[in-house]
Design a protein around this ligand. Structure first.
Ligand SMILES: [Mg+2]
Length: 381
């Protein structure tokens, strides 16, 4: 079975709720692109890339000579070939992002052909369900409380609140948001706080981060995410040592090699690769295992699409060091892509599919709605 072609389906017309400039909802500079791999035997696989269609198309043009005609059932080997041959251009950037979607689609194909969920093909399933945390933007206290209550009603038992005014107004505002969140969900629901230090011109350093971490500890916050600029590894090492709450970061890093130093130097408690840009399932599974060998937990960064969430569910099933999965909500690019809405059980856990490949049925109407009327290519399996 050989790889015959690659097809892109850009998602546009929306941006993930997240303070994105509305310019990024435009057709030509969209943020999320679905990738289909079509084989010569009619089996297709689906992936997702956290990058515009323009950049994915350019990257696919570069990697095509090493992709088209390759054996379709060797996802890790094909992805590594693409990495090796593009060392001198686009490395860690658009090309690595594009390989992420290709890699996910190839694992989907292998799953369909073997009749197994990807998690089993990655080595086996440690779990059949996992706790999703409802991930949402921070807002002023009353709005925040209302959003959290809506999430509780849907069955979430963990939430991450982030960005918005946090760290951008004053300390009193930060604490009032956290107080409102804790009051809204009660003592038994987990709350994570994401400062969003990847924001442009993030103004805070170690002192702000450690003082804020102390405040968060008073409200039993599960982890403090991106309290520093994304490249400040020395700041993170110091923060992890002195903060009373666990520290999470690394959503913007790509390529497994970029994670080595963060893991070996113990810069974080929770490492957060994004499967739709880090290099795909192959790359992230290796990062997760390396983190596990250093007693660091892996929490997939999931601010992307329903296809990304499906890939994350397979990853966390196959990872010994996973306890949560990120689930942005409300989010049209996530929720509109599934035929059957994802629902939590009474424990607030999400079932991890054990159907072949990514394990979900994709919603043709939702895909058409966000791609300007496109449809997935029918797959023979
Ligand atoms: Mg984040």
């Amino acid at each position: 079975m050989k790889i015959q072609s690659v097809r892109l389906l850009p998602l546009f017309g929306q941006t993930p709720d997240g303070g994105w400039d509305p310019a990024f909802s435009d057709r030509n500079r969209n943020l999320m692109t679905l990738v289909e791999i079509i084989t010569d035997q009619g089996v297709t696989g689906l992936g997702s890339v956290f990058t515009s269609e323009t950049l994915v198309a350019g990257s696919v043009a570069v990697v095509e000579p090493f992709l088209i005609g390759a054996f379709a059932l060797d996802p890790a080997a094909v992805s590594e070939t693409l990495h090796q041959h593009t060392f001198w251009q686009g490395r860690g950037g658009a090309i690595t992002h594009a390989i992420s979607g290709i890699d996910i689609a190839l694992w989907d194909i292998l799953g369909k052909v073997t009749g197994q969920p990807i998690s089993r093909l990655l080595g086996g399933r440690h779990r059949d369900r996992i706790k999703p945390y409802g991930s949402m933007l921070m807002d002023e206290p009353p709005v925040m409380a209302e959003r959290l209550q809506a999430g509780l009603a849907r069955g979430f038992r963990a939430f991450k609140i982030g960005w918005g005014p946090f760290g951008r107004v004053d300390r009193r505002t930060d604490e009032s948001i956290v107080v409102a969140a804790r009051d809204a969900v009660g003592p038994d629901v987990e709350i994570m706080v994401d400062a969003g230090g990847a924001d442009a011109y993030w103004p805070h350093g170690y002192k702000w981060a450690v003082n804020t971490a102390r405040m968060l500890a008073d409200y039993d916050i599960t982890w403090f995410e991106e309290a520093l600029r994304p490249d400040d590894i020395d700041g993170y090492i110091k923060l992890r040592e002195h903060a009373p709450v666990p520290i999470a970061a690394c959503e913007v890093l790509t390529r497994r090699q970029s994670f080595i130093e963060w893991i070996e130097r113990g810069a974080v408690d929770y490492i957060q690769p994004d499967v739709t840009k880090v290099g795909g399932l192959t790359e992230q599974h290796r990062i997760g295992q390396y983190a596990d060998d250093h007693a660091i937990m892996m929490v997939p960064h999931g601010w992307n699409t329903g296809v990304g969430l499906a890939a994350d569910l397979q990853l966390v099933a196959a990872a010994a060091n996973a306890r949560w999965v990120e689930y942005i909500t409300p989010a049209p690019y996530v929720e509109d892509l599934f035929v059957d809405p994802l629902t939590m059980d009474d424990d607030g856990l999400l079932a991890i599919p054990d159907a072949p490949g990514l394990g979900f049925q994709w919603n043709a109407d939702g895909i058409a709605k966000h791609t300007g009327g496109m449809a997935l290519t029918p797959s023979s399996l």
